[in-house]
Design a protein around this ligand. Sequence first.
Ligand SMILES: NC(=O)c1ccc[n+]([C@@H]2O[C@H](COP(=O)([O-])OP(=O)(O)OC[C@H]3O[C@@H](n4cnc5c(N)ncnc54)[C@H](O)[C@@H]3O)[C@@H](O)[C@H]2O)c1
Ligand SMILES: N[C@@H](CCC=O)C(=O)O
Length: 523
Amino acid sequence: MTMASRFRVTYATLSADNEDLHAWYEEGLETARGWLGRHITPFVNGEDRPGGETFEVHSPVDTSVTLCTVASATTDDVTDAVAAAKAGRSSWGNTDWQERVRVLRAAAEMISDRCAEFAAVMTMEVGKNRLEALGDVEEAADLIRYYCTQMEKNNGFAKDMDKLLDKESTRSVMRPYGVWGVIVPFNYPMALAAGPAGGALVAGNTVVLKPAPQGTFSSALFMDCLRESGVPAEAFHLLPGGDEVGQAIVSHPDVDGITFTGSYAVGMSIYREFATAYPKPVICEMGGKNPTIVTAKADLDLAAQGITRSAFSFSGQKCSANSRVYVEREVYDELLAKILERASSLVMDDPTKRDTFLGPVIEEESVRRYEKAVAHAREAGTIVLGGEVVGQTPDGVQGHYVSPTIVTDLPLEDRLFRDELFLPFLAIAPVDSLEQGLELANDSDLGLTAGFFSTDEAEIQQFFDTIEAGVVYVNRPAGATTGAWPGVQPFGGWKGSGTYGNAGGGLYYVQQFMREQSRTVVA
Ligand SMILES: NC(=O)c1ccc[n+]([C@@H]2O[C@H](COP(=O)([O-])OP(=O)(O)OC[C@H]3O[C@@H](n4cnc5c(N)ncnc54)[C@H](O)[C@@H]3O)[C@@H](O)[C@H]2O)c1
Ligand SMILES: N[C@@H](CCC=O)C(=O)O
């Protein structure tokens, strides 16, 4: 199927009863299964390196499957990658921006063309269902395309300035910083590699990228596309491995800027530690504890649909997942019943299967975290749905499966309303007023996304005027708090969820990879 002819999946796609799309995915799955067992090594200055310690990546969908083996980058690999990226700054940074755009657009087309097989790898790799995985791969391509478009619309970010003298001319020119580190989380292994790396590269930086260990395969596929589309050897380097490889990148004095996406704790430590001798840009996109508020004037069916999708898609492992709901008391019982009806009919199974909504969580450690949250919920409140470690598919395939869980009757200050769990876990509470709902929603160190359901214009305006979050949605059944798309919903956090508030896939993102130079020439 060609790119032009196929049904386009985004995170707002509610269903896809599209035979061609599923046939395409299944073909991709066949291809992807043939790739299992790939050995992934550091890629430095155009060379595959042997690397150091090797680890295996197992599928959370079926833990008996080894997806790939990975040779971790050694200290020498990190040193050599940064040195090569530093040496290559000038050639890639001084390449015409139009040429950089051409090469990156070619990479984006390649990603879109291979979307089905890449999505199938990702399903087996992190457990996303078909639509979520197809969305992640397509978002990767669209993020790159969007940053290319921003370069084009802004003429490479070079502009003539005013004059004080006739003989004098001045241009403002945005220039790349140099070597850019990109550290990727497990949950969007392609989009959150391709977005920051694509932005940094098109702006003229050279990139050293560290994937999350669990998502190494997707990052390697992304790298294949960069290599094949003509990104030069010195401009992109892959450094797989664990946290220590990330630490080595962060502490390297020749890394000029960094984009980290991941947890609040790690992001804040990088934010504090990265710049030492002089200020350097550090973009940290961190966690969320995303609320939805539902008033008595809401369409409750719409609200139940949006909340259920946001809380349980990809098993709650999205930074944007809806994990707490505040409902005006008079509609609390009715909304809860509607959410329960929807959530209890979600299909949990092997996510490569067509009808699966929920796959597994990523790893054993997540299952332990789930057990702790469930034990606490039983003590502090009432579990009205789920609370079970299932551990296998209906066919008996062993994987990290846990049931979607809803808890009520918790004290409003309970930790389940505060801590990001990154699990299919939703806490719901009645509130006395919209004001109380807003106060509770904002009473968090995090401020990534938020949802609101009401048909009243004044209430909607009050929500917009008061809510402290970077990405907010009103009356959205496709996802109360999830599902931003490049060029449509700029995605970035406020407060402890993000550093600068210049959101990914938005108008002000690509500029962060550049600094201004004022160039005056007197004739
Ligand atoms: N705001 C966003 O856009 C966004 C998007 C996706 C995920 N997230 C957040 O990411 C988290 C889930 O992802 P995760 O479990 O992979 O996060 P994580 O913080 O555990 O790891 C993220 C990456 O950082 C690396 N790392 C860990 N410690 C490091 C250190 N000290 N120095 C340098 N690198 C280090 C990891 O190896 C991994 O590659 C959640 O908190 C989620 O909300 C945020
Ligand atoms: N961009 C995704 C979330 C990415 C974080 O995990 C969304 O909008 O749902």
